[in-house]
Design a binder for this molecule. Sequence first.
Ligand code: SF4
Ligand code: SF4
Length: 175
Amino acid sequence: MPAIEFICLNCGNCCRNLIGNEGTAGLILFPDEVALFQKRNIKPCAATGKSLTHGSFKIITYQLTENVCPHLKDNSCTIYQERPLSCKGYPFVLSGDSRQPSLLTDLECTFIKELKGRYLSRSIHDFAHCESIEARTVFLEKLRDYYMLEGRKIKRWIYNLKTEKWERYLYERHF
Ligand code: SF4
Ligand code: SF4
């Protein structure tokens, strides 16, 4: 089977449905991407540390609290060249598996949905290499240390947007 070329349909759906995981998580931003958005629309996301109050506590990523991105206009991104790595990597996402995260396609993407009837696999190996895969690979590398902390003394924390509280990161989750 020839490799599938990912073609963005510019439907803007992925920029309108940013709150996932049942309302607990928004678009992930690395610290150097936070300035792309208004401060009031940003909350922390992932952190590491022995405890919430210990000096080792460190925020690794932030998240956008808006479901519809403020940079979306007429289904186009107004900051396209500078858009966050999360956006560049879409519709490829991390499996969230604790020790060995891998890349999958997101079934919520309109293009992937249209393929679904023909291709059952969510593996990225069915896809021709593209900028989105490259961006998600960089994204994964930036988070690899966070994943590898599993089982060590330093704990992983995740900020729940719904409860507005930090929780231990102990379960599978898609980034
Ligand atoms: S949902 Fe998929 S097809 Fe639509 S804009 Fe996003 S990446 Fe492109
Ligand atoms: S920054 Fe651009 S690509 Fe990312 S969610 Fe907003 S409008 Fe979409």
